[in-house]
Design a protein around this ligand. Structure first.
Ligand SMILES: Nc1ncnc2c1ncn2[C@@H]1O[C@H](COP(=O)(O)OP(=O)(O)OP(=O)(O)O)[C@@H](O)[C@H]1O
Ligand SMILES: [Mg+2]
Length: 301
């Protein structure tokens, strides 16, 4: 079966014990689709399975997981030669699934898998960070002394989905404004930033539309900077509404350069990266992605 597989599903092990997924795969196999399934244990596995899919000339690689899984697979696909690059399919099995939700991908396994295998493939942009990392959805950045591995339950309860914005990035109580310099085409800003959002897609943190105008096929990235000293969670109540938030600055450009005298921690689709200098470039049409008709993230629907 695997030898002639044309679709590879790479499932994050967190969401693998799923009867509905098993049933959906077996139904599509009965219809004649050739499907291989791989399950990850930890970071790095998805990339290796993408290489296996490439070696077998797979037509589609499907990310079965959340934004972090999509990121790992999109990154591995971006590193493959253009002629061999299979289409990306998305099966939302994560916690927040921000990219899938904003792209209009069905939440139910059956229709999502069908779309991922046989949907129309559309060119989409990827964002490259410092030549060795990518994001497909969003990069959120902030300053703080350390990364924590989990969102404290107390904060989760108090703030609801807003705490996910910080998840994997910074502890809420350690987020503090710091000096930085941000450049883009026709844009230069220097000041004290509390948080930075750069979007190829629109939303992060479990439904926070930080870049509500973003399109994934326009060759542009949307920038939103949050300034000021305001204490959380007051700030986060107005996080997604720049028109009512005097502490938000917006811009758009095909590239951004961010520098700071102190470490900035960026969260790329949920995967952390820290440093003092970030160069972010859009790679127009780097991937082809199976998306639903009328996908709101596409300029050409
Ligand atoms: N078997 C596994 N168990 C736990 N974590 C895993 C496993 N396999 C991979 N991972 C890790 O899971 C992370 C990605 O999770 P993913 O983003 O897909 O789900 P999520 O965080 O629940 O969803 P979302 O980002 O949409 O909220 C990666 O950092 C990866 O290393
Ligand atoms: Mg864009």
């Amino acid at each position: 079966m695997d030898k002639n597989a044309t679709s590879f599903i790479i499932v994050n092990g967190k969401g693998a014990g799923n009867d509905a997924l098993r049933a959906a795969v077996s139904k599509l196999r009965d219809e004649g689709h050739s499907i291989a399934v791989r399950v990850t244990w930890e970071r790095g596995d998805a990339g290796r399975y993408v290489n296996e899919a490439l070696a077998q000339d797979a037509q589609t690689v499907i990310a079965g997981g959340g934004d972090g899984t999509i990121n790992e697979i999109a990154t591995a696909l971006a590193l493959a030669s253009v002629e061999k690059r299979p289409a990306l399919g998305i099966l939302p099995l994560g916690t927040a699934n921000d990219f899938a939700a904003s792209a209009g991908i069905p939440q139910e396994i059956d229709p999502a898998l069908r779309l991922a295998i046989a949907g129309r493939a559309c060119p989409v942009d990827l964002a490259r960070v410092n030549d060795n990392a990518w994001f497909i959805n969003m990069a959120t950045g902030g300053f703080g002394p350390r990364i924590t591995s989990e969102t404290p339950e107390k904060l989760k309860a108090a703030l609801g989905s807003i705490s996910y914005f910080i998840h994997g990035m910074l502890r809420l109580d350690t987020l503090k404004p710091d000096r930085c310099d941000i450049r883009g085409e026709n844009f230069h800003w220097q000041g004290e930033a509390l948080a930075i959002g750069i979007g190829n897609g629109r939303q992060a943190g479990g439904g926070q539309a930080l870049c509500p105008q973003a399109l994934i096929d326009d060759g542009l990235l949307q920038l939103r900077i949050f300034t000021g000293e305001e204490l959380l969670p007051a700030l986060f109540n107005t996080l997604t509404r720049s028109d009512e938030n005097p502490n938000a600055i917006d811009s758009e450009s095909a590239w951004f350069e961010i520098t700071s005298p102190h470490d900035i921690i960026f969260n790329l689709d949920g995967e952390p990266l820290s440093g003092r200098k970030f160069r972010i470039d859009v790679e127009p049409g780097a991937l082809s992605c199976r998306l639903p008709p009328g996908c709101p993230l596409l300029s050409v629907r």
